[in-house]
Design a protein around this ligand. Structure first.
Ligand code: ARG
Length: 459
């Protein structure tokens, strides 16, 4: 049991207590950040004359060696240490003796862990953003190729009006773009350095907090030492943004599962992204989409957990806050895995365009446009609605689409119809006449695609 404390104790820690308290099994995940933070701290101690240049230089070199040895597998992080901070300091002392014992001058594990967690989260915010960008690129590709691929748009999962695949996928583009915006906001808010806050009340050493902040790529130091050691807002914000990412992925997965079903057959998930059944030889299941949908619960769980953990903690640091790590790490890894797999799945998925367009044609998705046609010929909308309602009923009885009716049949229900009705209610017209920005019409969609493309180039 290697601990950084013990002077005021007369007994060994109970073994169960030690294990319950220890965090090495999970905080070893940020050994790099811990060493990076220590290097910045020690450089600053040297610059301020709190350590000699020689001492500071020796410690920096030894810390770099420790990091290298861990990376090369020469040095194992084992559970004989209480936490990652103890591991690094103990190894430093092994290598440098008394000089190593000076590392922790003017620092507490409270500001140290606050820094480590912030550095780790900051990196993960960037990595998640990069994965979202890859997904957006893939979505944009599908959009560019499908501005003319007609499919039914749904409300209540009932066919409503025709849209295009580009337009449907474009809706998800917006969602994931907003997700990136949230990550950007979090980054801007969190990028301040808590190092130097000490246990809670700063220190009496003349630390240069601006300098360490700068060395570590922060915009500047945090402004209240008690808040610095006990702020985990950026974790709750990140988990909230990740939960929203999962909510979006899950909705998309749900649609893909429906589209991939035997009844719809709008898409075919690639063999490489499907799985079989142990008993039913015909099965090809959308397990990846289902798993992504399922893992959403786990990420929401992490968010609820941190919110609940934080809600009753008096200022400043309390050990409860050690609970910020495990579920957060799990949620981050889960979301990153889901994003990568989902992007792979949709980039290899086949869209069965003819099935989609046939489905749009046979679902009365042009009924609104038929009513609009009558309105344009002087029929009040409410009457037009009733007339087209009767037409739909007629078609259902005959098992045909509106455009399959002869002009005589149409005229028998309403004499206002003329031969140009067929052109007016063709799927292509229905879609391409919708040209306000944000609508599915080809020209409107192309304008949006150009804007999204420019966004991806700049961001
Ligand atoms: N393992 C602790 C954590 O994760 C590190 C900080 C310990 N500080 C303390 N005062 N015991 O929060």
């Amino acid at each position: 049991m290697a601990q950084l404390w013990g002077g005021r104790f007369t007994k060994e820690t109970d073994k169960l207590v030690y294990n319950f308290n220890a965090s090495i099994s999970f905080d070893q995940k940020f050994y790099k950040q811990d060493i990076e933070g220590s290097i910045a701290h020690v450089k600053m101690l040297g610059k301020q004359g709190i350590l000699t240049d020689q001492e500071s230089g020796d410690i920096v070199r030894a810390l770099q060696e420790i990091r290298q040895d861990v990376e090369d597998g020469k040095l194992q992080i084992t559970d004989e240490y209480e936490d990652i901070h103890s591991f690094v300091e103990a190894n430093l002392i092994d290598r440098l003796g008394d000089t190593g014992k000076k590392l922790h001058t003017g620092r507490s594990r409270n500001d140290q862990v606050a820094l480590d967690m912030r550095l780790y989260t900051r990196e993960e915010v960037k990595e998640t953003d990069a994965l979202l960008k890859e997904l957006l690129k893939e979505l944009l590709k599908i959009m560019e190729e499908n501005t003319g691929t007609i499919m039914p748009g749904f409300t209540h999962l009932q066919k409503a009006q025709p849209v295009t695949l580009a337009h449907h996928v474009g809706a998800y583009f917006e969602m994931f773009r907003r997700d990136r915006g949230r990550l950007h906001d979090i980054y801007e808010r969190m990028n301040y350095c808590p190092l130097g806050a000490g246990a809670l009340a700063g220190t009496t050493y003349p630390l240069d907090r601006e300098y360490t902040a700068e060395l570590l790529g922060f915009y500047g130091p945090t402004l209240n030492s008690m808040d610095s050691v006990s702020d985990r807002d950026y974790v709750t914000e990140f988990l909230s943004a990740l939960s929203t990412v999962m909510m979006h992925l899950s909705r998309f997965c749900e649609e893909i599962i429906i589209w991939n079903s035997n009844e719809y057959q709008f898409v075919e998930i690639d063999d490489a992204y499907s799985t079989g059944s142990s008993i039913m030889p015909q099965k090809k299941n959308p397990d990846i989409a289902e798993l992504v949908r399922g893992k959403t619960g786990r990420v929401y769980g992490a968010l609820m957990s941190i919110l609940t953990t934080m809600k009753g903690i008096p200022l400043a640091y309390n050990k409860d806050m050690q609970e910020d790590k495990e579920l957060t790490f799990d949620a981050i890894d889960t979301v990153k895995g889901c994003l990568a797999l989902f992007t792979g799945m949709i980039s290899t998925m086949k869209f069965r365009k003819e099935v989609m367009s046939k489905s749009a044609r046979h679902g009365f998705t042009n009924a609104t446009d038929a009513a609009d046609y009558l309105v344009n010929h002087g029929v009040p909308f409410r009457d037009a609605h009733g007339i087209v309602g009767r037409i739909v009923l007629y078609c259902i009885e005959k098992g045909i689409a509106i455009d399959d009716m002869s002009l005589d049949e149409l005229k028998a229900i309403c004499p206002v119809f003329e031969a140009d009705i067929y052109e007016a209610i063709s799927m292509e017209t229905c879609v391409n006449k919708r040209l306000t920005i944000g609508a599915p019409g080809k020209e409107a969609m192309e304008k949006v695609i150009a804007l999204e493309k420019a966004y991806l180039e700049e961001n």
